[in-house]
Design a protein around this ligand. Structure first.
Ligand code: PLP
Length: 363
């Protein structure tokens, strides 16, 4: 069976893991963690980066940093991964879900204004498939109503909105390096802190509620329990793995775009008998080659497509089930119907997209 995803290894992972082991410091915030964080800060101009054990952790840190409390409202898409909402729900937030746009699965920014109330504390734009949300619209509302913006950029590394890197525009940004992502370390993530006010506290939350990072820099002579937090930082072994991926970043991106473009040029011919539409990338956004998706005309048509490919030994997969219709939200969702989310939940399918795929499988 051709898998949907196969994590790419550059070949340098073991070497850097060995170096981390030899350095004698394999817990968090070691040499490789610092190198990786600096790379992200320099290449994409992120003000401050902290590696985390997942994007879920980065989102949880974000919810703590903006002080989400019981009854606060947070606006986000329903067509997203559980963690986008869970990080805020566990702090007591009420989620106000947005529909997707009709021409793409990304959230409909034009519906945000009607969901804003005096209790709205944050908006969480999620850049589906690395395609940018319309950040100008979001940031204008955030400024007007004094709302925090936390970008869920889990899929969006090296994506841009009008020449600005995704993850760099909100107060905070959250990335994933899960094995399904463009660059990966098995499980991993990163919090980007663009708003200077959050930097000091972010380091404390990251280090189990202590000021240990300051202590290691020699800024205080002992460290203490000073706040809430958790063990959000990964071992330096994870950072060493990720460093190998970063060294090959450009090559990885070129290959992913090559595959994405090949699909986009060939699906009409390859799948002539099916009724589907291709991905839409708005002018304001780049395409980081994260996901190649197709949208079928019905659940039945999609199911037939997935089954047909399965019979050819190819694994294609659907994506999210809308969060407002999840068992967890059963009976709790009181907002408007979200027909586009429901349509993408039923009709969207993703084709296998990984570095070593042999595209001759489609011939
Ligand atoms: C949009 C989105 N947000 C958050 C996450 C969570 O990422 P992680 O698995 O690194 O916790 C994912 C995972 O794929 C995701 O797709």
């Amino acid at each position: 069976m051709i898998p949907f995803n196969k994590p790419y290894l550059t070949g340098k992972e073991f070497q850097f893991i060995n170096e981390a082991i030899s350095s004698g410091h394999i817990s968090g915030n070691g040499i490789f963690t610092k190198k990786v964080q600096k790379y992200f800060e320099e290449r994409w101009g992120f003000k401050k980066c902290l590696l985390t054990t997942s994007c879920t952790d980065a989102l949880e840190m974000a919810a703590l940093l903006v002080n989400i409390e019981s009854g606060d409202e947070v606006i986000m898409p329903s067509y997203t991964f559980v963690s986008t909402a869970l990080a805020f729900v566990r702090q007591g937030a009420v989620i106000k879900f947005l529909d997707s746009k009709s021409d793409q699965p990304g959230m409909d920014e034009d519906q945000i204004a009607e969901l804003i109330t005096p209790k709205t504390k944050a908006i969480v734009p999620m850049h589906y498939a690395g395609i940018a949300c319309d950040m100008d619209k979001i940031m204008a509302l955030a400024q007007e109503f004094k709302i925090f913006v936390i970008e869920d950029a889990a899929q969006a590394i090296n994506g841009y909105y009008k020449n600005k890197p995704l993850g760099s525009m909100g107060n905070l940004g959250c990335f994933s390096f899960h094995e399904t992502k463009n660059i990966q370390c098995g499980e991993g993530g990163m919090l980007v802190i663009n708003d200077e006010r959050f930097i000091k506290r972010a380091e404390i939350l990251w280090e189990k509620g202590t000021n240990r990072a300051e202590f290691f820099r020699g800024e205080v002579n002992k460290y203490n329990w000073v706040d809430t937090g958790s063990s959000f930082l990964p071992s330096d072994l994870i950072a060493a793995f990720l460093w190998a991926q970063l060294e090959s970043f450009d090559e990885i991106q070129i290959r992913r775009r090559e595959i994405w473009d090949w699909y986009n040029n060939n699906v009409d011919i390859l799948f002539k008998g099916y009724n589907f539409r291709k991905p839409f990338v708005p002018q304001y956004s780049t395409n980081n080659g994260h996901i190649y998706y197709m949208v079928f005309s019905s659940l039945e048509e999609r199911t037939k497509f997935i089954d047909d490919l399965k019979n050819r030994g190819i694994h294609a997969v659907f994506h999210y089930q809308s969060l407002h219709q999840s068992p967890y939200y059963d009976g709790k969702y009181l907002g408007n119907p979200l027909p586009n989310c429901e349509m993408y939940a039923d009709c969207l399918v993703r084709l296998p997209l990984f570095h070593e795929i042999d595209l001759s499988i489609w011939r």
